[in-house]
Each structure stands twice: as structure tokens, then as C-alpha cells.
Design a protein around this ligand. Structure first.
Ligand code: 5AD
Length: 482
């Protein structure tokens, strides 16, 4: 499905993780010998969570986390294959990283994640300086692979060796028992499901991440409790089609109910759900549990039934629309965002206009909009010619973004004058004098710090200004606490 939101810029794990011990199995306990690992993450939240997992595994084997790439002995680039643009960016980046390797002999460069799985041969051909290629189900073997690399170097002093490759997919790997090394902070990711079984025709994820499997509820709850004990206030449950989660008799709604019972966790989010598996029970659970944020990322992809059929999304637009109606009936203040692909093969002007009409009708709070890009190995790549001209794709995307920007602005404006409750996440990007945080409905809010406030608190903020993506306000204590 690949429905997780994809970041455009790399997320720097170095800023996120602390050098602390984690449990990750006991083979080669001190193999790292204090060597420093720099992990750079591209792509979706699942990848951020996987980088935290790799950090956990490596720290428990005697490695430490490098704060900058310059000080690293091992550089891991955790990659995304969902769209072509993400892959191109990684090739550029590893070429740059090779410069560090040239200046500091012995540095190991590893490419991990979805691109490693998808482009193993292209990586080894085009980037021979990459030492390790590691798929998403092979992270437990990272310490062993690094140890093998050491041996290879010790035995044979030449500069270039064959890369060590491990891209085996494993239907059972859920990384149970491994504690990811997380941001010391406010909100923590918990991967509850790996892989995907939906096989939308455009999507590479089932091929790069393998078959869908749920993480055991005991493991999810262990991690959620640990987060609460460490002072985290919010958890986000992650899966490619997160609401399809099943583990023995436990479904996704049951899991949410269980997580909501953990003291200390004040907000629960999840991403990304798959429309077909959004059950009445789940809607009812969301409406009932105050801790579950009233925000859903709900990828529609297209509003043309013809296109949806060729995408093999498994729903009609009428069914999607009905789900939105049901959700809004149960949760009147619900915020909804979506993913859209423009220029999917066969998309006519009418199909495109149908999607524009749906966007005007539903008024998504936010939309991630992408031009279709053919992914090698998918059904669409093999069987459905990519026949919408690039210029048409570009024009449609531009038109759609402009329209959605207008909707975002219209949705944000009425917040002016209202009171919102914001979970403080940290300093705003622009100024250390301001906090940034999120409302329950996932709106970004910025406001001046006042004494006695700190990250992790939920504070009442009076909105004074609103742009299409940000609320600007000030803390207002003399009102009832959230
Ligand atoms: N081309 C363009 N966009 C894609 N997505 C997934 N695969 C492709 C592709 N081949 C988008 C979908 C998905 C989001 C994560 O990325 O909209 O929901």
C-alpha cells in the first residue's frame, strides 16, 4: 500500500536518538567497540521507526550514535522506494557520502530499507563504494554483517570488496523483543504491523517489505508502557494498512482500546488506514476513546471508479464517501487528510475532474498529492502502460495543489479567535522563543513560550493568526484546562 506519509527531506536520526543502551539480542554483544553509527532516514514514518530499531540493535552491540556524519565510522542510509524521486535523491546522497569514506578510510556505508530490497543490483553496479545492502527484514543481522565486514577488511587490505548483501524477506520477522532507541521526547512511534498484502497495482511496498504480519499485542503494549514510563505523552501506531491489523483474536480496534488504558499516554494516533478495512467497530472505538485523536489520514488516491478499479484499491468512490460520512457523523470535529495520485495510467480529464470534485466536496484538511511514477516490479509497471504525458501530469498536479491550498486556508481561518489544545513538542524551527506543537486534529500551532511550560504538556492556546498550514497564537491559562 505504501500509504504512510512520505517526507520530502531526509529525517536526521542523529537529532532524534540518545546514546543509551537497548536490548537487541546478545550475539556479538560488544562487537561495535564504541564505533559510531550515523543513520540517515528517507521516506515514511515506518522508516523513521525502522531507523530507531536499527539504532536499538546496534547500541546493544556496543555501537554508539554519531551526531554528525563526519564523526561516523558506519553510515547507514535508510531508504524509500515508493516513488522514483526518493530513489534518485538517495543515489545522489550516497555519492556524496563516498566523499567521507575517501577522507576517512575504514568507514562503512550501508544502504538499508526498501530501496535496498528493490534496487540491490543497481546499487552495487552504480555505487560500488556501498559496502552493505540490507533489506527491511534483515536488521537483526546488522551486527553480524558489520563484523563480517571487519573480517573482510582485516583479511584483505584492498580498498574495494564485494558488498555484503542481505535482502531476504521473512514472513515472521516482527522484531519482537527489540527496543528501538527513540527520540527522548514527547511522541513515539510503535510499529504494529510490517509488510502489506493489498497489492495495489502502483505500489512497490508489498515487494520491498514482504507479506503483512502483525506484531504481538504483548510487544506493542510493552513498548507503549515503556514510552509512558519514559514520559512520552503520545504514541502513533504504524502499519502500511494499519487498521487491517490482526493478531490471533485481536483486531485493530481492540488494540487501540488496550493502548488507551495505559496511564500517562494522553494521545493516540495511527497511520495509515486502508479504507476497505475501516469497520464500524473502529469508528465507534475512535469516537468513544477520548485519547484517540480525532484525525485520520485516509488515502483515497483517485475519485474515479475506473481508475480505482485499475489501481485495485478494492473500493468504489461511493463506498469511500460513505465511510467519510459515517466517520463525521460519529466524530463531528474529525480532521481528515488524504493521498492522491494524479496521472495514473488511463486517467482522463473527466477522471481527474472527478477527483477535484471529491476534494471540493469532502474538503480534506490536508492532501499529499503525487504524480504517478512507474515502479519496476509492480503490476502496473508490467501490464499498464504509463500513458498520461508528463506535461499533463504536471499541469494536473499544479492545478490540484493550488485548489487544495485554498481549501487548507479556508479550513484554518475559522480557527482564529478559538481556543485549541496543543501538545508542546519543542522549539519552533524559526525561534527558540516559541514552542511548536500539534492540536488533537494534527494542526501545527506556534506560540511564545511562557514560564512553567515544557515539551510534553498540553496547553490551551488562543489562535490569533492562521496560514494555510499553521496556527499562530498564545497560551491562555485563564480558561478551563483541557
Ligand atoms: N507513484 C506515485 N505515487 C505513489 N504512491 C505510492 N506509489 C506510488 C507511485 N508508484 C503514493 C500513494 C501512497 C503514498 C504513500 O505514495 O498516494 O498512498
Amino acid at each position: 500500500m505504501g500509504q504512510l506519509q512520505i517526507a520530502d527531506a531526509p529525517i536526521n536520526l542523529i537529532d532524534l536518538i540518545e546514546n543509551k543502551k537497548a536490548t537487541g539480542g546478545d550475539a556479538l554483544p560488544e562487537a561495535g567497540n564504541g564505533r559510531k553509527v550515523y543513520i540517515e532516514t528517507y521516506g515514511c514514518q515506518m522508516n523513521v521507526a525502522d531507523s530507531e530499531l536499527m539504532g536499538g540493535i546496534l547500541l546493544s552491540h556496543g555501537y554508539t550514535i554519531a551526531r554528525t556524519v563526519e564523526e561516523a565510522d558506519v553510515i547507514l542510509v535508510n531508504t524509500c522506494a515508493v516513488r522514483e524521486k526518493a530513489e534518485d535523491r538517495v543515489f545522489g546522497r550516497v555519492a556524496t557520502l563516498n566523499g567521507y569514506k575517501n577522507r576517512k578510510p575504514g568507514v562503512v556505508i550501508g544502504v538499508t530499507g526498501c530501496m535496498a530490497e528493490h534496487l540491490r543490483d543497481k546499487i552495487t553496479d552504480q555505487a560500488p563504494y556501498v559496502d552493505m545492502v540490507i533489506g527491511p527484514d534483515a536488521y537483526r543481522r546488522l551486527p553480524q554483517m558489520l563484523a563480517d565486514k571487519d573480517q573482510q577488511e582485516a583479511k584483505d587490505k584492498k580498498d574495494e570488496h564485494d558488498p555484503i548483501i542481505d535482502v531476504r524477506l521473512d514472513r515472521r520477522e516482527t522484531y519482537e523483543g527489540i527496543t528501538p532507541v527513540r527520540e527522548e521526547g514527547v511522541t513515539g512511534w510503535i510499529t504494529i504491523q510490517r509488510g502489506c498484502d493489498k497489492f495495489c497495482t502502483f505500489c512497490i511496498v508489498p515487494y520491498t517489505r514482504g507479506r503483512e504480519r502483525g506484531v504481538a499485542p504483548r510487544e506493542i503494549l510493552r513498548q507503549a508502557r515503556a514510552l509512558a514510563e519514559a514520559g512520552y505523552k503520545e504514541v502513533t501506531l504504524l502499519g502500511q494498512t494499519v487498521n487491517s491489523y490482526k493478531y490471533e483474536g485481536v483486531d485493530f480496534a481492540d488494540l487501540l482500546t488496550a493502548v488507551a488504558q495505559i496511564d500517562g499516554i494522553e494521545r493516540i494516533r495511527f497511520t495509515s488506514p486502508y479504507p476497505v478495512d475501516f469497520t464500524p467497530k473502529l469508528i465507534e472505538t475512535m469516537a468513544r476513546e477520548d485519547k484517540i485523536c480525532k484525525y485520520i489520514h485516509f488515502p483515497v488516491q483517485s475519485a474515479s471508479n475506473e481508475v480505482l478499479k485499475v489501481m485495485r484499491r478494492g473500493y468504489t468512490i461511493e463506498e469511500f464517501r460513505q465511510l467519510v460520512v459515517d466517520m463525521r457523523a460519529a466524530m463531528p470535529d474529525l480532521a481528515i487528510s488524504t493521498d492522491i495520485i494524479v496521472g495514473f495510467p488511463g486517467e482522463s480529464d473527466e477522471d481527474f475532474q472527478a477527483t477535484m470534485d471529491l476534494m471540493r466536496e469532502i474538503r480534506f484538511d490536508f492532501a499529499y498529492m503525487f504524480k504517478y511514477s512507474e515502479r519496476e516490479g509492480t503490476f502496473a509497471h508490467k501490464r499498464i502502460p504509463d500513458d498520461v504525458p508528463e506535461a499533463v501530469k504536471g499541469a494536473r498536479l499544479k492545478e490540484m495543489i493550488a485548489m487544495q491550498e485554498g481549501i487548507c486556508a479556508e479550513i484554518m481561518k475559522p480557527h482564529i479567535g478559538k481556543l485549541v489544545h496543543v501538545l508542546i513538542q519543542g522549539n519552533s524551527r524559526k525561534s527558540d522563543d516559541d514552542w511548536v506543537g500539534r492540536t488533537d486534529t494534527f494542526k501545527t500551532a506556534i506560540f511564545p513560550k511562557v514560564e512553567g511550560t515544557e515539551p510534553g504538556q498540553i496547553v490551551p492556546v488562543r489562535v490569533l493568526k492562521a496560514t494555510s498550514h499553521t496556527l499562530v497564537g498564545e497560551i491562555e491559562w485563564n480558561c478551563s484546562k483541557p
